[in-house]
Design a protein around this ligand. Structure first.
Ligand SMILES: [Zn+2]
Ligand SMILES: [Zn+2]
Length: 613
């Protein structure tokens, strides 16, 4: 099942520089089942972009079901801008709660009267069927839908969707029934005497694989907003824990919330989960975010949201990291990083030393050389894991590139007899890269950042690049013209001509960016040069190779990337023409073709350089 967020904001759309990452559009989520059934929940302003995307899909995008929770503005304003409704041959079923007043159709037609909107509901070309709902269950194709009233000033339904063994619950615009819970009192005190309404809510969201829940306020803000029909983050977290929810998307963000403010709320929410000793995977719903959900017995796509996972430093005080490494200089480099994370480091250059030097109760992580002196790092790993309390010890294995590549491609928990390594790390690396691996190891999750692999013909490739004598030369109009055109044509803030050198990427031309170069390790282009055609990363946060990359997690907060390799006369890929955006994007066949053409122009200019030299 594929779940995508098109609008995550509550109350009113708030586009702007401070809401770029979580998004400014109002409520809209799409769900596509394995069999292709298309469901959309809520028709806030995010619906417009979904409509455009569906129009490019052909047959598949012609049929769908739109479930509206309630008809407040922020849940229906996208409706008149939903392109498929204007096309003959498209068929949509629209569902919303039946109230006492006008029917659903009348309400939607109301916001399209000539006073408000130029086109009348009757003039839309698609076949639209309206369904007024009450509480209960029904089927939409293979999806079981349970509608349940929420606590909101307008009659509002939440939707529980069950299909293929997966449960998604959408509960937006709901206020906790008991104020104690909403005010953030500890879960234990509240649960004992849960309000029947909250108890019912807990049943409704029970065991959801994904809960998308209104979390508009904090407990501190709540006293002035009682009765407005929204939840506090504290209430949502407690309910999710009590209901055994697996993943929780904080949603319907308050319009006053900046990206930074939301990051902080996510961190606080995760802390509340940890304090309760629970394991709910909490994140902030972000516009453009895509989640692939599988039935619970298989793996769940990680959904970490925008905020960086933070390490609980208290837990790690007086913890120890073992560095089992025979290369003294490398060991010292690693020690520096370990120390900068507030941990103590022990260096050992033989397995005997390693086992003697550590305090098993304090050991938090080990960094071990794959080929450790004349023994195997794996045998030390086995010996460590055999010690009391260390069966789950996270281990970063230092290994040459080939071994890393081989091992990283294996599933996380291999069925083989070899003990599972938490992270593979291949020298040389920057302190920043090690830090990410270290944190991931400590958090026992795999770092979602891969440095670009080195191409097979690397020496030849570098020779071809260096022969051009173009690195570190001044900007030239003939290249700048192309990046400027590309940025304008594709409507992206940044377009670059990147040349991938041994340890860095250097930009011959950069439209929209002040940075002259970055390390190769963080570069997307380092990956793109391994492809024969355009490499598109539609949403870096949803991509295991890039989600934790510093270019994604901090400035320039890259979300979208498309790069076409630039090839030298001998066929070596020396760099790319690439596009960057701060929001996820769709990049279709026509755009791929245009980027290919522009890359050919860059190649022609480069070859002109070669001739003139
Ligand atoms: Zn709302
Ligand atoms: Zn509302």
């Amino acid at each position: 099942m594929r779940v995508q967020f098109w609008g995550t904001r509550g109350s009113i759309a708030t586009p702007g520089p401070e809401t770029v990452r979580y998004g400014g559009n109002t409520s809209c989520v799409s769900i596509r089942t394995r069999r292709g059934t298309q469901l959309v929940i809520d028709a806030g302003t995010g619906l417009r972009a979904l409509g455009i995307a569906l129009m490019t899909e052909g047959e598949e995008g012609r049929r769908g079901h739109l479930l509206i929770g309630h008809t407040h503005w922020d849940h229906i304003q996208g409706f008149p801008f939903f392109a498929p409704l204007f096309e003959a041959g498209h068929e949509w079923d629209v569902y919303a709660p039946r109230g006492f007043g006008p029917s659903l159709r009348e309400t939607l037609a109301g916001q399209m009267q000539y006073t408000y909107f130029p086109v009348n509901l009757d003039e839309m070309g698609a076949t639209i069927r309206y369904h007024d709902l009450v509480e209960g269950s029904f089927m939409i194709d293979e999806v079981r839908v349970t509608a349940r009233y929420l606590n909101h000033p307008a009659l509002t339904l939440g939707y529980r969707l069950e299909v293929d063994g997966i449960t998604v619950v959408y509960a937006s615009d709901h206020e906790g029934h008991a104020h104690a819970a909403a005010l953030g009192m500890p879960l234990g005190q509240v649960l004992g005497a849960l309000h029947p309404g909250d108890n019912r809510h807990r049943e409704f969201i029970a065991k959801a694989d994904l809960l998308i829940h209104d979390a508009q306020y904090t407990a501190a803000e709540y006293p002035k907003r009682i009765g407005w029909g929204h939840s506090t983050i504290e209430y949502v977290v407690d309910m999710a824990i009590a209901a055994g929810v697996r993943q929780l998307a904080l949603y319907h963000h308050d319009p006053s919330r900046t990206d930074e403010a939301l990051d902080a709320l996510v961190v606080a929410g995760r802390q509340r989960v940890r304090d309760a000793g629970a394991s709910v995977n909490l994140f902030g719903a972000a516009e453009g975010m895509v989640l692939e959900l599988d039935a619970p017995d298989t793996a769940v796509a990680p959904a970490r949201g925008d905020a960086q996972a933070s390490i609980d430093t208290q837990d790690l005080a007086d913890k120890q990291v073992l560095i089992a490494c025979t290369d003294a200089a490398l060991a010292e480099e690693i020690r520096e990083v370990v120390r900068s994370e507030g941990l103590s480091a022990v260096i050992a250059d033989t397995p005997q030393d390693a086992l003697l030097a550590i305090h098993p109760q304090q050991l938090a992580l080990a960094v071990i050389e794959h080929q450790f002196g004349d023994t195997s790092g794996l045998s030390l790993l086995r010996a460590l894991r055999a010690l009391e309390g260390l069966a789950q010890l996270p281990v970063i294995m230092l290994a040459p590139a080939e071994a890393c590549a081989q091992e990283e491609s294996k599933p996380l928990v291999a069925a083989s007899a070899a003990p599972a390594v938490t992270e593979w790390l291949c020298p040389p690396f920057t302190p920043q890269y090690l830090r990410t691996k270290l944190r991931a190891g400590l958090l026992r999750t795999r770092a979602r950042w891969q440095a670009p692999p080195i191409p097979q013909q690397e020496m030849r490739r570098l020779a071809a690049l260096h022969a051009l004598e173009i690195l570190d030369t001044p900007a030239e109009e003939r290249f700048d013209r192309i990046t400027r055109l590309a940025a304008r044509f594709f409507g992206v803030p940044i377009a670059l001509i990147s040349l991938v050198d041994r340890d860095r990427q250097w930009f011959k031309s950069r439209s929209g960016s002040l940075v002259q170069q970055t390390s190769r390790e963080v570069s997307f282009c380092g990956h793109a040069i391994l492809q024969s055609d355009v490499m598109v990363v539609a949403d870096a946060l949803a991509d295991d190779r890039f989600a934790d990359n510093p270019l994604v997690q901090s400035e320039p907060r890259l979300r979208f990337y498309a790069g076409h390799p630039i090839v030298a006369a001998d066929g070596s890929a020396i760099g790319t023409l690439c596009l960057i955006d701060h929001k996820p994007r769709h990049f279709g066949a026509a755009q791929i073709k245009a980027l290919r053409d522009m890359a050919a122009l860059v190649e022609r200019e480069l070859q002109a350089t070669a001739v003139s030299c």
